[in-house]
Design a protein around this ligand. Structure first.
Ligand SMILES: Nc1ncnc2c1ncn2[C@@H]1O[C@H](COP(=O)(O)OP(=O)(O)O)[C@@H](O)[C@H]1O
Ligand SMILES: [Mg+2]
Length: 339
């Protein structure tokens, strides 16, 4: 059988650039080479696309550019190297750009315009899940427990929330804990809101779960059917699971797979995650995150749904599937062979 070319699209203009480079690398490296031929497409911070050297990229500096890639409306991808321009024949794209422009439907929309088939959620579902308020509305319709929140927009007075402190202040559609602050008093809240509004014009003040444990569940579409992974549990060792804990500090958190929670709770989280995946019309893969009360492990709340979860060799999504007996290699094959 002919090997099928897969464009792994990684990098991008979000603060999660480096994470995406690692995800792109892990996906290319772990792809089943008997079936597929990975073509790494690096998107630089200015948004330009380049075909790179197969496995030599590790960090941005070392990315070797073999030519610039363009998208033609209705006609796929073109590679321009020197003065030569030729079509880049691919079977499917695997976009793995985390954060705004890669995960909110814009990249998916570009691929649709080029008629390039791709892994993961479409335009609508990506945009919906990127918006934390919209995702909560969908989760609420399914009776998934939610924390109350209020929305604040630039120029508005900071309201005194009707719920108790601590509260969390967070942008509506960023990721990686960027612009997320905990506040324990109204004074702190006002300062946090002002800082957060620098990142985005619409933010939310959410009731906080003190010293929350985070429960994550991976969803995978396999032959048109949904599978829920075992739950993973993150116990942050910092004040919360902030950017530093996520990416900079190896000892920033403890990870338990399976999560140390009652089987009944874990079952309902897995079921709710699958139901939400369907309700938001997600495709292929997603990771659904919940916050759990430190004192009462039966109390948990929906936090967010990520349609392009981290895919590095130490990311949560591949880890929960590994535990279910699906290696990264199999995981990638399942995603590439799905429709
Ligand atoms: N309501 C909350 N209570 C407690 N911790 C929270 C709350 N909201 C967010 N956090 C903490 O902030 C982190 C980032 O928030 P999250 O909503 O997951 O945004 P992001 O998209 O940036 O990951 C979470 O992983 C969690 O540690
Ligand atoms: Mg999160």
């Amino acid at each position: 059988m002919m090997k099928r070319n897969i464009a792994v699209i990684f990098g991008g203009d979000s603060p999660e650039h480096e994470v995406s480079v690692d995800s792109g690398h892990a996906i290319s490296a772990n792809m089943d080479k008997k079936l597929f031929n990975p073509l790494p497409l690096y998107v630089d911070r200015r948004g330009r696309w380049f075909l790179t050297d197969r496995f030599s990229f590790v960090k941005e500096k070392k990315i070797c550019k073999k030519g610039e890639v363009f998208l033609r409306p209705n006609r796929g991808l073109l590679l321009k190297s020197g003065v030569k321009i030729r079509p880049l024949k691919i079977y499917k794209a695997f976009p793995i750009i985390h954060g705004q422009s890669g995960e909110d439907g814009r990249l998916q929309g570009s691929l649709e315009i080029g008629r390039v088939p791709y892994v993961g959620s479409g335009v609508f579902s990506s945009a919906l899940c990127m918006n934390k308020i919209a995702a909560k509305i969908y989760a609420g319709k399914l009776d998934i427990p939610l924390l109350p929140h209020v929305i604040v927009r630039r120029g508005e007075k900071v309201p005194r929330p009707s719920f108790k402190y601590p509260v969390f202040v967070k942008p509506v559609s960023l990721g990686s804990s960027i612009g997320v602050f905990r506040a324990d008093s109204y004074g702190e809240l006002v300062r946090s809101v002002n800082k957060c509004l620098k990142f985005e014009g619409e933010i939310m003040i959410e009731k906080g779960v003190d010293k929350a444990r985070e429960i994550v569940c991976g969803i995978l579409e396999r032959n048109g059917r949904l599978a829920s992974s075992p739950c993973g549990m993150i116990v942050p060792r910092r004040k919360f699971y902030d950017y530093k804990a996520k990416y900079l500090d190896d000892k920033g958190f403890h990870l338990f797979i399976p999560a140390r929670i009652e089987p009944k709770v874990s079952e309902s989280i897995r079921e709710m995650s699958g139901n939400l995946f369907k309700a938001v019309s997600a495709k292929g893969l997603a990771r659904v995150d919940f916050l759990m009360d430190k004192k009462d492990w039966r109390k948990f709340y929906f936090c967010e749904i990520n349609t392009l979860p981290g895919f590095t060799s130490h990311s949560l999504y591949p880890a929960v599937w590994e535990r279910a007996g699906i290696s990264m290699k199999n995981l990638i094959t399942i995603l590439l062979e799905g429709d």
